[in-house]
Design a protein around this ligand. Sequence first.
Ligand SMILES: Cc1ncc(COP(=O)(O)O)c(C=O)c1O
Length: 359
Amino acid sequence: MAKSGQHGGNVLQMAEQYGLTPDSILDFSANINPLGMPSSLKQAIINNLDLAEHYPDIDYRRLHDALACHIGCSPRSVLAGNGATELIFALTHYLHPQKAMLPIPGFAEYRRALERGSCNILDYTLHESDDYQPTEALLDALTPDLDCLFLCTPNNPTGQQPPLSLLLQILDRCRALQISLIVDESFIDFLPGQTGLTAYLNDYPNLYILRSLTKFFAIPGLRLGYLLSANEQAINAMRDQREPWTINAFAALAGETVLDDRVYIQQTHHWLATEQAYLYQALNEFKELHVWRPAANYIFIRNRQTGLQLQEELLRHHLLIRHCANYPGLSAHHYRIAIKSHAHNQQLVTALKQVFGHG
Ligand SMILES: Cc1ncc(COP(=O)(O)O)c(C=O)c1O
């Protein structure tokens, strides 16, 4: 499958396909904070435009210090990257697993990274009857011949966050069986007060945590992510293996600037508390939709009216949602919808009323 079809946010391609101008489309397919990039960062970039005239520090010391300080860990446990995506590929290249387990449905890039290394991929199906959540049954599926397991918490596209107690059981079992556990926390910042599994890094050298700043701080075009692990040997090896300067100077500046922007973080949590509740309830009122309660800034749905192509119908209203037909484990009736500003969310609800023929 073409790379372009595997992600949301592909407004240009969809506009071309449907004969629309890209500017006329409201994008609910990429899960980006609608508050836009923090003004503190905009100002910092404007004030530091001449950074473009120099190579960034090849070790990104200030950036790694800022990330380590934010997490409360040693800078030696952190590796920043050009988005979490670079680190998914760097980590799978480093681990070079022979056998890996991927829960499905899940984020597409884990599979693409594993396929580069001729890895035997074992799909682990998450079931609708469990609300697409892993259960204790996963513990029995973990066997000593496995080299690594990917988990995404909260999961993309389902928006479900597994309970900490289960995550700790999985972590224990992986350590006992020497399985590397890669936990993608790219959306965890949207959950107020949640620190994910960072507190367990030191006790579990088999744990690798992926984080992204592109969604929460609305910088997918600037790109910044990081990897955390107490396995310093692994972090060093990945640092040594990779190409120099993959993070541009402004992305590094972003990491040094936004993590302390309390006002922006609070505004984001305030927006999400309000709009998550509004959109979840509004979508739930459509008997044509099965709606999963979201943990983060996107909502996963199944269209019960199977004859109706919801993405196409909404594009007639110039609204783009993410269809999930190309996720292994899902069907053409599953969709993911980003939570946006109140006015835009209302626009979506109004369009859905028209699509389903409600008054
Ligand atoms: C679960 C998950 N992990 C990682 C990424 C990659 O994020 P980044 O933009 O930091 O490369 C995405 C992007 O959509 C994602 O959904």
